[in-house]
Design a protein around this ligand. Structure first.
Ligand code: SAM
Ligand code: SF4
Ligand code: SF4
Length: 342
């Protein structure tokens, strides 16, 4: 039941919740987890499914309408379909999941039956050798099999592709062709200077402008589609009618319309992808705060929100570099993209 909509200090509502269900992952993407070892969240700190469901109720009460499960790799969380079954009973417009696809072939039938609305698969290349270099595991075929299997069971699929200069920037057209063959809309994501991306540099970012210029030369005029609303992706149409998206978080951020909150697997609420401090919601839940008290906590925290993280990063111009060093990340694992949920 809705009580009162949370509205932040910049008049932005809270509509979307990115829910990280684990900080563990079965890949080691160079732009997210480049190190050999990590400090993991302690298991007793990880929210149980009942705790997640209870918190989602409180988020819904203050305005959340869409929930996206993420991680780490959400499909490595044991019994994830059981959580989806619990969340599918909630009054949500969308219940989606972002995955690297490795375990999707095995789980897509159960995920669909559990009530998942759609799945977004992160796939950056058509080349097995490049995948191995990018993700440090020889599992490209599993991802492709996962995408095909999801379509076979009737689960709608989106694809997310991070482009990096000198790595996969020559795959703009082939990735769009692959997406069309699999009846999936693709979104290109600009490489972001988030926590974990310790090797980030502006020179590696393939910008929105560059993607559009390249497509204009190779495929023909690209038309911008209206109706973005608060979505991070801008949508475009190719001359043959195919639609695709660009998430230009690095060169053209969209903080002004941002209605997204993140909940880490250990129950910290982050009001921005770049936030350095979170609110300990798990602590409040485990000490027995009432539903009304938790909702008030959400209303107060969101009410004070004035985050514009990506816009502030953009304003750094030449001074821009990785958000945090490896030692800072070791000391504060909550800064990691794989902990806060991309
Ligand atoms: N493991 C799942 C996956 O890869 O889809 C979910 C979590 S992952 C952190 C979510 C998304 O963040 C992925 O699409 C990934 O490509 C993206 N991501 C991670 N690091 C990034 C970076 N430095 N810049 C842009 N996108 C990044
Ligand atoms: Fe790659 Fe996602 Fe794992 Fe990060 S969390 S290393 S983006 S698969
Ligand atoms: Fe929202 Fe923060 Fe991302 Fe800006 S940087 S769009 S405020 S999460």
């Amino acid at each position: 039941m809705r009580t009162r909509d949370a509205i932040d200090a910049l008049r932005r509502p809270l509509r979307n919740l990115r829910l990280s269900v684990t900080d563990r992952c079965n890949l080691r993407c160079s732009y997210c987890m480049p190190e050999d070892t990590y400090a993991w969240l302690p298991t007793p700190e990880i929210l149980r499914f009942e705790e997640i469901a209870a918190l989602v109720d409180r988020f819904i009460a203050v305005g959340v309408r869409k929930v996206r499960l993420t991680g780490g790799e959400p499909l490595v969380r044991k019994d994830l379909p059981a959580l989806i079954r619990m969340l599918a009973l909630k009054p949500l417009d969308e219940l989606t999941l972002t995955t690297n696809g490795i375990l999707l072939e095995e789980l897509c039938g159960e995920l669909k039956a559990a009530g998942l609305t759609r799945v977004t698969v992160s796939l950056d290349t058509q080349s097995r050798a490049r995948f191995l270099k990018l993700a440090r595991r020889d599992l490209h075929a599993q991802v492709l099999a996962g995408i095909s299997a999801a379509r076979r069971v009737g689960l709608p699929v989106k694809l997310d592709t991070v482009l990096i200069h000198g790595v996969n920037d020559d795959e703009v057209v082939t990735m769009l062709d692959f997406a069309a063959e699999h009846d999936a809309e693709l979104r290109f994501i600009e490489y972001m200077d988030v926590g974990g991306a310790t090797h980030w540099s502006m020179g590696q970012v393939v910008s929105r402008k560059e993607i559009l210029d390249r497509l204009a030369v190779k495929v023909g005029p690209v038309e911008a589609l209206p109706g973005r609303g608060s979505a991070p992706a801008e949508r475009f149409r190719l001359p043959d009618g195919r639609a695709f998206g660009i998430i230009a978080s690095t060169t053209q951020p969209f903080c002004a319309a941002c209605d997204r909150a993140r909940l880490t697997a250990d129950g910290q609420l982050l009001t921005c992808l770049y936030a350095t401090k979170g609110l300990d919601l798990k602590g409040a839940l485990r000490r027995g705060d009432s539903p009304a008290a938790l909702e008030q906590l959400l209303l107060d925290t969101w009410g004070k929100r004035s985050d514009r993280g990506a816009e502030e990063r953009l304003a750094l111009r030449e001074a821009r570099g990785p958000l945090a060093t490896q030692s800072e990340l070791r000391a504060q694992p909550h800064l990691e993209m794989h902990t806060r949920g991309g």
